[in-house]
Design a protein around this ligand. Sequence first.
Ligand SMILES: [Zn+2]
Length: 295
Amino acid sequence: MNVRKMKIMAICAHPGDAFDDSGGTLCHHAERGDEVIVVLLTNGARSHAALFTDEKRKAKGQRDEKKANMTVEQIEQVKADEIIAAGKELGITDIRFMHEEDDILLVKEETILKVADLIREEKPDILVTHHPEQEGGLLTTHPIVGQIVMLGYEAAGARWTRDETLPPHQISQVFFIGQVNAKAWSLAHVYHPHWYVYVDIEDVVDRKIKALDHLKSQRYEGILARKRIEVADGWIGTRVDVSYAERFIPMIPEVYKYFPIEQSTLDKPKGWTDRVHAVSKFVTHKVPFEGKQIL
Ligand SMILES: [Zn+2]
């Protein structure tokens, strides 16, 4: 890759999203020496902590009281520890928490301005976030976060904001995610994503599995981590003749001097047998799970 070192900021809804949808690609950038910041907009304590919230809904005498009595703040801390450990597996150490509640998340001016301020402070070159029209732009919190982030992106770059203390900052490119968490609901029928940036993550897929293994409070560890990566990243990889891939939608069209082509595309063996061999690599089940599956 022939560009200067960059700063990449991924702003996602929940503790798992950045790693689930873009963990392999962010890992590559961290390895390359790019600065990678992962920002989690909500605490995930109300939507992604079944380990505790399931217990809260059980009757006394039938529940684990310690788990049932956990406060939002305590659950948030457990989730933060998990996500920091997950980030380390991928070489991502700068993880920020914006602490928004996630029972009902609305597009609020206050949150948009917080995102705008963060963009102005950190001056990323690239932003990674959820597509604002996923699920018809309404449910699963992901498109709501996409909307908040896009409005923050615009405010950071183009507005004389209230109580402005930092100069504007314009981001060079936005990559939308959603390969794993997008639903096949009828609400999504107005949303036709065109995925045309694919990243080969075979070399780091084992690290991505180990990252998901840390997300125990939302039960993503163990068998689910392996199946999730096999059926999502594995399927996406087979679409482009590699074993595992992540895919993105860039917001702004790239402008080139030449036809954009990678050396690896030119050099790749393209015979039928070579292609079958490439897509047949099956490694997720070989990554050992050290912990105890919590189901
Ligand atoms: Zn999510």
